[in-house]
Write a protein that binds this ligand. Sequence first.
Ligand code: NAD
Ligand code: UDP
Ligand code: UDP
Length: 343
Amino acid sequence: NSEFNSASGGNNNKGTGRVPVGIGRKRMRIVVTGGAGFVGSHLVDKLIARGDDVIVIDNFFTGRRENVMHHFGNPRFELIRHDVVEPILLEVDQIYHLACPASPVHYKYNPIKTIKTNVMGTLNLLGLAKRIGARFLLTSTSEVYGDPLEHPQKETYWGHVNPIGVRSCYDEGKRTAETLTMDYHRGAGVEVRIARIFNTYGPRMCLDDGRVVSNFVAQAIRKQPLTVYGDGKQTRSFQYVSDLVNGLVALMESEHVGPFNLGNPGEFTMLELAEVVKETIDPSATIEYKPNTADDPHKRKPDITKAKELLNWEPKVSLREGLPLMVSDFRNRILNEDEGKGN
Ligand code: NAD
Ligand code: UDP
Ligand code: UDP
């Protein structure tokens, strides 16, 4: 299988020389930066479940110990509180580099910190990968396409990005992270992988991170109006988190550098999304229009032909199937919050 080919073929086992487990695949030691966050914690679950050793590095800016607490006490799991802007010494086989706030509200909160995380953080993890011969995967973003003039977006599109706007710390930060990744690949021979992730949702998203899916779901549960920004005709394509995690692992284990779009091509306007949330949670929910934010991309939809052909990957969970899967997690956390307030 592909995992066997990769584990035996690449230079990704230099670091630890781990003993074989199972049939045909070596047990690896894998670091996940940002592993206490939304996507990272689901990735950690998958890596632990398949038998690998996982080290999470996180500064808990948007991540939470609760997301990985179920692994505490497992000798194959380690959690390190560390900021990736500072160098770190570790011995691992693979590096999944996710550390970076992803929601616009969070990444605009301290834009200088966001760009430092993207540039210095990525540099440090690439320096680590170079020193120990580990394979490095960057979680880039569909935001590298900016407010796209090409639709749907293919990996060959260079994008339409404002370099001096309020989203630039994130968009340009990730573009620079991609540049660094390719330069370490070409210049220092580091084995790298680049994923361009499109809007992803699921359990463990921060309740109040301001992203549209988490906002609508939390608002519908709290019996508040769904806040639609602008005219609500802008589009996004929403991917369920398990599809993304499968894509990230398929990419890491493949022999392809990328970049690869990882997203669900199902495209929805924000008004259509609001309808699906209403159908799923509360048909009586109302809509409240609010002004849109600056530089908001008008439309976004991945062309995933490349990932289908080369990684044999495509998303399986539609929006109507995926939304209900995050509702019970949101309900429980909102209930706990209310109880915490003594309500
Ligand atoms: P998230 O905010 O839940 O997770 C990010 C994690 O990184 C958090 O645990 C946070 O505490 C940690 N972190 C942030 N800055 C750090 C630093 N300087 N040092 C150490 N840890 C730090 O976001 P997410 O949705 O899980 O996103 C994970 C990655 O995927 C990010 O790199 C993001 O840019 C990328 N991505 C996500 C989406 C999406 O829709 N979720 C879309 C495109 C790209
Ligand atoms: N780095 C790190 N851990 C390592 C190796 C390097 O954090 O195991 C950091 C290092 O401190 C530097 C960055 O990664 O800031 C880039 O390292 P590289 O060796 O490529 O560059 P140099 O140190 O020569 O500038
Ligand atoms: N949005 C919205 N209501 C909200 C939050 C966001 O209508 O409560 C819109 C936002 O203006 C954008 C889209 O939803 O057009 C997606 O926003 P999000 O912050 O989720 O992700 P982005 O794709 O912009 O990074």
